[in-house]
Ligand binder design. Structure first.
Ligand code: WTA
Length: 637
């Protein structure tokens, strides 16, 4: 039975072989079991990585469903009073509990508000909010009527938000008057106003009043108050029947080049994959209080705060604040008060808290914890051991889950104690996932080795395309290695077949688990009048995983006033958002370039990784002298 928990390595091996030998049969059995379909699908996968030019792959193409029936209605019927969303606000002890019955009521009302605003199946809605239950409700309300949501992380700037609104031609934005985080107030509504100023596709802005903020302005013809609108709306909204491959959401993510891409996730395959992986990886039990500390603005929040846990009828925890507010004990204080049993966070948070000393952990009762999860970046063995030994008292398995916005759900990870772990290893692929390591020449590496991580065969949760740019999707992910999905990560496989993710091999930065493109930084820096050129690379950072290092070439005769670097960081904040910042600047006479004018980032990376002895072949550089100048001006931590 596919919904049985895989509880030892033999069970994992058998399921993995089943999924490889008969993927259609494997996933059809799972989806029939886990998901409430209107019309059960009879087809599994159609298409392949080699036929993407003819159109995206599809899963379960002849099935129809509405994901909110899987995530809400059936649980509201079976256990209406079970808490669906357990929320804690910025201030400790500010708690809300929303049952499945209430979630159905609120989602239906919000869906009716969207319908009244003229939103129809296939229309786009941007959600720009903090971590409030209404963010999840807004997502589900879109899904209820077949509208496509695109959640934009609340830290993004007006300019970044405007780009996203434009790219998907959103008609409604859902936001808050202000957001609260770590005792600070974030002007979310004011940022929306700025983003949609002038000509815009946005017709309505729905505004949740989160906290008193005297200067929030509601535009009388355009803006609606969330509470008033929901109170006036009907609590009944019949779910719209969607095809399995109808879009569910767009999520923008940074890549190597250009602007962020809107990855498109669809309905039937996505919900199947996140429900199943959530259940298997964490070994979900009916009475678990499951807590993921991610933000709904990122894929982890989509798949493992909202869709996966709710599809499984779990109690999912939502947290508005930060791990260090009011102090570094906040997580464990909540573990004790809410009896959290599964706890899922990012290595950067673990390292930040560990640095504050064990007492912040040990003064709270963690006996409710059963499974610990890690996501978003490689976890160093030291942080892994601290998480396992101190937080989990050595009794909770740590699941280090590797995956991406593009993969929709977890791909390589131990299973809840079934898989023997090694500190720092993401271990084994989930059933349905077939990893392949390739060397620089595109040859497969068999057995132990290190190379570029690709995945061989489609799985149901995979993003289907880039919104509005299918060619870019193919070029980005499927052109490096024909017939394979290229992840952008490096990976080592050991003699036990375990996978150790080494990090990005492309120009994507991962700072505190936030994914950002070097190209976005560079275009912000180059918008300064005094900057002729800039190149940005990541350097190893003890807490954030990666820090951001910028090489800046000035315009001839440019002045650099005292606050020059602060000005540059202000520009970055305006272009990208408050979560983006350069840690170290180096003024450079020039950048190392090939004779054809391409910046050789490999060399810059080696400089900031403090490995000048490994600079490699410099003979292709137009001017090898540049490297000496950069090494001389390097600013160590
Ligand atoms: C990195 C987040 C090592 C990786 C879910 C990937 C990881 C990128 C891990 C995707 C992990 C995520 N170990 N690296 N357990 N999880 N990554 O799209 O580089 O925000 O390509 O998705 O994060 O980031 P994204």
């Amino acid at each position: 039975m596919p919904t049985h928990l895989l509880d030892d390595l033999d069970a994992w091996r058998k399921a993995w072989l089943d999924a490889r030998n008969d993927p259609d049969g494997f996933w059809l059995r799972i989806t029939h079991d886990l998901i409430a379909w209107r019309r059960q699908p009879s087809r599994g996968l159609d298409g392949s990585y080699l036929t993407l030019r003819e159109g995206p792959i599809t899963w379960f193409a002849d099935g129809t469903l509405n994901v909110t029936e899987s995530c809400i209605d059936r649980h509201a019927q079976a256990h209406p009073d079970k808490v669906a969303i357990l929320w804690e606000g910025d201030e400790p002890g500010d708690v809300r509990r929303i049952t499945y019955a209430e979630l159905l009521d609120l989602t239906s009302r919000a869906a009716n508000v969207l319908l009244e605003a003229g939103i129809q199946k296939g229309d786009r809605v941007i959600i720009y909010m903090g971590m409030v239950p209404e963010a999840a409700i807004a997502m589900l309300a879109c899904a209820r009527i077949g509208a496509i949501h695109s959640v934009v992380f609340g830290g993004f700037s007006a300019e970044a938000l405007r780009d996203r609104v434009r790219d998907c031609a959103a008609e409604v934005v859902i936001t808050q008057n202000v957001g609260l985080r770590g005792g600070r107030t974030l002007p979310l509504k004011a940022t929306v106003d700025q983003a949609i100023q002038g000509e815009s596709s946005v017709r309505r802005v729905l505004v949740l009043h989160r906290a008193p903020a005297p200067d929030t302005h509601l535009h009388p013809l355009r803006d609606l108050d969330w509470h008033q609108a929901l109170a006036a709306a009907s609590p009944v909204c019949p779910p719209v029947e969607c095809a399995a491959e109808d879009p569910l959401f767009i999520l923008y993510t940074s890549g190597s080049t250009g602007r962020p891409k809107g990855l498109l996730h669809t309905t039937g395959g996505y919900i199947t994959y996140v429900a199943w992986t959530h259940r298997q990886v964490f070994g979900l039990q009916p009475d678990d209080i499951y807590a993921c500390m991610a933000d709904v603005g990122w894929i982890t929040g989509h798949s493992y705060i909202v869709y996966g846990p709710l599809a499984n009828g779990a109690t999912t925890f939502m947290f508005e604040s930060t791990p260090t507010y009011p102090d570094a004990g906040r997580y464990w204080d909540m573990v004790e008060r809410h009896r959290l049993s599964i706890f899922y966070t990012a290595p950067t948070a673990i390292r930040a808290i560990a640095a504050q000393g064990d007492a912040h952990v040990t003064r709270y009762d963690r006996s409710s914890l059963r499974v610990l999860g890690s996501v978003g970046e490689p976890i160093n063995p030291e942080a892994w051991r601290w998480y396992h030994d101190v937080v989990g008292e050595g009794r909770c398995p740590v699941v280090d889950t590797w995956w991406q916005t593009e993969t929709g759900g977890i791909c390589i990870s131990p299973l809840h104690g079934a898989t023997p772990t090694k500190p720092g290893a993401a271990t084994l692929p989930l059933p349905g996932i077939i990893p392949a390591l390739l060397d620089g020449d595109g040859h497969l590496i068999w057995g132990p080795g290190e190379g570029y991580l690709c995945l061989e065969h489609p799985w149901p949760g995979q993003a289907r395309t880039v919104w509005g740019d299918h060619d870019r999707y193919i070029a980005t992910y499927f052109s490096a290695y024909a017939g394979r999905y290229f992840t952008g990560d490096g990976c080592r496989r050991d003699a036990d077949g375990y996978h150790w993710i080494t990090g990005r091999v492309d120009d994507v930065l991962n700072v505190s688990g936030h994914r950002m493109g070097t190209a976005e930084f560079e275009s912000a820096l180059q918008s300064h009048d005094s900057v002729a050129e800039a190149a940005v690379v990541g350097f190893p950072h003890p807490i954030k995983g990666q820090g951001v290092y910028a090489f800046v070439v000035l315009q001839p005769q440019a002045e650099t006033p005292d606050a020059f670097f602060d000005d540059l960081n202000r520009l970055i904040r305006e272009h990208i958002g408050a979560h983006a910042r350069v840690d170290r600047f180096q003024l450079a006479p020039a950048l190392p370039k090939t004779r054809s004018g391409k910046v050789m980032r490999r060399i810059l990376r080696k400089i900031v990784e403090e490995q000048p002895e490994q600079l490699g072949d410099l003979s292709t550089l137009a001017d090898p002298q540049v490297v000496q100048a950069l090494l001389a001006g390097y600013i160590p931590a």
